[in-house]
Design a protein around this ligand. Structure first.
Ligand SMILES: [Zn+2]
Length: 203
């Protein structure tokens, strides 16, 4: 079988062109002496630019509770907002809009706040302990800031049980907030039993 008589030439030519281009870039780099000093390599990158211009702060203790390899980004993002108390709960909206209904849309029995939704509300109080029970973890009724500290210490490490617990928290918070949105904006509601019935869909 005959091979392509020009094959080796094409490969060699391509290699030379490629090496020539790299060499030219390298010579140009040295000639212009452009060194990106914020980077230890002296070469510009988007990551090094971001590190240069952002205001860096010490890593918070709960960062691994939210951001980890197995996380589901859209769910972790909601958990991050909850931990930062940045969801649009009615107690926050009341600070810049008067005459808004502040009653919890999930239970209709208390003022809506982050602490109430996670997990003092009778609606969510019926979900989270049940999820914990399935994980084999006892439920401690704690205000949200203390709950975050407790969850952080419980989910330390990379063991399977730690990852399952973190995912369980992600999913629970995400579905509570989705139910909140459905009731607030779509006039649609589902009972607690629906949220406890596996399998959960991840729409
Ligand atoms: Zn409630």
């Amino acid at each position: 079988m005959m091979g392509d008589p020009l094959g080796s030439f094409r490969v060699s030519s391509h290699k030379q062109n490629r090496e020539g281009l790299v060499g030219a870039q390298s010579r140009q780099y040295r000639a212009t002496n452009n060194v990106w000093t914020p980077s230890s390599f002296g070469i510009y990158s988007a990551a090094s630019a971001w590190d240069k211009f952002r205001k860096s702060k010490p890593t918070v203790g709960w960062s691994k509770l939210v951001w980890y390899n197995q996380n589901i980004p859209k769910m972790s993002f909601i958990l991050w907002l909850v931990i930062k108390c940045k969801l649009s709960t009615m107690d926050r909206i009341l600070t810049f809009a008067s005459s808004v209904p502040v009653t919890c849309v999930l239970c209709s029995s208390a003022t809506e706040s982050h602490c109430h939704l996670f997990f003092e509300c009778p609606f969510t109080d019926g979900i989270w302990p049940s999820v914990l029970f399935k994980c084999g973890v006892p439920w401690l009724r704690l205000p949200w800031p203390l709950f975050v500290m407790w969850a952080t210490s419980c989910c330390r490490g990379k063991s399977l049980s730690s990852i399952v617990l973190k995912l369980s928290l992600d999913v629970t918070v995400y579905y509570v907030w989705r139910e909140w949105n459905n009731r607030r904006f779509k006039n649609s509601s589902q009972p607690i039993s629906t949220h406890l019935s596996p399998p959960l869909d991840f729409d």
